[in-house]
Design a binder for this molecule. Sequence first.
Ligand code: ANZ
Ligand code: ZN
Length: 861
Amino acid sequence: MTSQPMTRRARAADRPYDFHALQDKWRPRWRAMDLYRTGDDPAKPNAYILDFFPYPSGDGLSVGHCRNYIPTCVSARFQRMRGYNVLHPMGWDAFGLPAENYAIAHAIHPRETTVRFAANYRRQMELVECSYDWSREIDSTDPAYYRWTQWFFRLLFRRGLAYRAPGSQWWCPHCRTILANEQVEDGRCWRCDSIVTRKELEQWYFRITAYAERLLADLDTIDWPERIKEMQRHWIGRSEGADVVFAVGGHEVTTFTTRPDTLYGVTFLALAPEHPLAERIATPARAAEVAAYVEAARRLSEIERQATDKAKTGVFTGAYATHPLTGAAVPVWVADYVLGGYGSGAVMGVPGHDARDFAFARRYELPIVGVNIPVHPNSPPPVGVNIPVHPNNPPPVGVNIPVHPESQPSEEGVNRDVHPYEAPGIVVNSGPYSGLPSAEAGARIAADLAAAGRGGPRVAYRFRDWLISRQRYWGAPIPIIHCPACGAVAVPEADLPVLLPDVADFTPSGDGRSPLARAEAWVNTTCPQCGGPARRETDTMDGFACSSWYFLRFASPHESERPFDPDAVRAWLPVDTYVGGAEHAIMHLLYARFWTKVMVDEGLIDFAEPFTQLRNQGMLLSPQDGLKMSKSKGNVVTPDEVVAQYGTDALRAYILFLGPFDANALWDNRGIVGVARFIERYWKLANEVAARPNNGQPFDEAFERERHKIIRRVTGDMSRFRFNTAVAALMEYVNDLYAARSRPIGGRQWRAAVGDLTLLLAPIAPFVTEEVWREVLGGKDSVHRAAWPEFDPALAADEEVTIVLQVNGKLRDRVTLPAGADEDALRAAALDNAKVRATIGERPIREAIVVPGRLVNVVTL
Ligand code: ANZ
Ligand code: ZN
């Protein structure tokens, strides 16, 4: 027994770090305070920070999901402390195939599983203390929500942007439903991996192609990863070119070309097997062969048909087309490398200048005519010929195209041994257009075709209208009534929502009709227009319709008269920061942009783009196999187990620390130990030094500078989504403070340092910082309501050194960093560097070797 009475200070310093106790203590208090309620202080600016709308799966959340939700939570907390009103909501995108397939497999109604799984997600999100305002929780399967999804359908229908058309559609024989183009990957269903086939059905479409130009142009106005923008541009697939119309017997065949300048090089026409004229123009002698070819081609997927290594096959129809400018007879073929759904489903074959046409012509011994030659001054002249190639030379008129020395020379530009010359150049062998640069010749030819009524300039897009009808139960019913007299009539606004009826059997019927078709009492209704007997549309909407407007709903989630309150939307939208996985690059992110533009046209909102800044988090890979975590692979680490062992604060800090936010990373069970130790060291330090006396010690200038520097670094890192370097900087600062304990620093300076450290760490580790703030530093209100600390730029200025960054021993970049930066900071800077990242690509990182003050070498697996 000690005879010395313990001082209050000593007791505080000895308090063990018990994260369970801290979590149990602060959680209920924060709930009672409604700590994360959306701010509404009119004096403050607003910030809207949003996660992608998750589908609550039965598997629950893994730590991989936390890579999305924890960084956005940290951003939200950071912005609140910086004086913003923050909207940071969460909800459930719960309609759709996965929920329904689960329900069928387990014989549970999807409504039940939706509620259960969403509750589990929310429990886990609360476990990791995501700072969502749960009073704004929404659920896309709630009639109070999908009523408005249906309202938007009506809006699109009224504006001519929702229409019904027959079509050959992708059909998944296993899920027994139609799939959108985007849901077919490599000829397989995106959900169940079955090989898809074709089925003819009446379908509903949204006319997204009407917005192609705006969807392209506005990409330039938003702060999104360039890779995602490029994927959208590619998907939209804008091509400038011309239509060229060929007469074939009594018919006309329109072809779309991006190279009208090559028109004199046409030696055949090729029609897609699904072209309406393919069988009709065939001569009687060739009809049977053409029909057989068309039938066989139908069974191939588009992917198979487009494969570049696939032999280009076709069949001659026996018919000839008339060249619109020269009047020459051009043989017409049917070929499966021509796609039915693109351009006009017919191609003018120019084997001299197009690789696919070239391969086709070689196979079927069709003539190859060169009508373009290179012009670049630095390009070597084509082998074996002597023709002027410099642009300053007189234009070559009527010359032959490049001939390989070993090939047979040919007459009049016809040669079978050349390679196709695909780049633009100078046009030759083309009558009045010879001698012109390709672009100019193309423009003139297109104009002349237009004047002759044989086509003209046109812009084509690769993407198609958005197919939105699903022959499935678990979706928002399409609010349409089919009347024998009036046709398709929209359900009046007053009758919304069209409730999804409760059916006992929601398995798909397999005949292409939705299970709703069996709910006779629901299907039979009266026409809203003429009052006669009519039937409801039985297809449901693609789940991507629900997620095309949910970000607006969060602004006023309980609004019952309208989809959203325009004032609330004006206050919060567009979303400032939107975060989710890169797998949604096209579908959701394109559809939401489309709906936003329709709403602008309807005068509902006044911003053209829904998400000002987009960020994609990297994947978290399993330590077992280096693969993405998934229940089916059995390689999942759950937040539940990590929180139980190390606490919420350590999980959060580790998720942020384990690599650059947007890079793939491996979960490492040892890594979290180090981070947990850092939190405990912070705790001990705070308890020990905060109570130091102020006995007139001299003011420590260097110590003060360190404080300003750490504020500057963490503020900058947080604003730029560089959470890993923020955590590394804080770790370094804690080390520095430990080292400073032996210096004669007064209590006031210590409390300033520990106080700011606590504020900087608060968004990352909310529990331990709250305890320190309130119980050790004597804070009156929550640390999470405190103001973010400020720094003096003059005091925060750094001495700097140049650090060499290598990947596998090769120099990739040089960066300037603070002279004192420690190993973790150097490592973090290397892993965060764009050139290093580009070199590493998707490869997992084995280690990063640091030579302090000099270099970092990142070694990949
Ligand atoms: C003649 C030509 C000559 C072409 C030449 C290219 C080079 P992008 O750029 O992707 O839009 N094409 C047109 N419709 C097609 C279809 N339904 N299926 C397959 N190919 C089709 O491609 C446009 C070019 O792809 C068009 O320009 C056409 O070939 C082909 F030296 O016409 B081109
Ligand atoms: Zn009617």
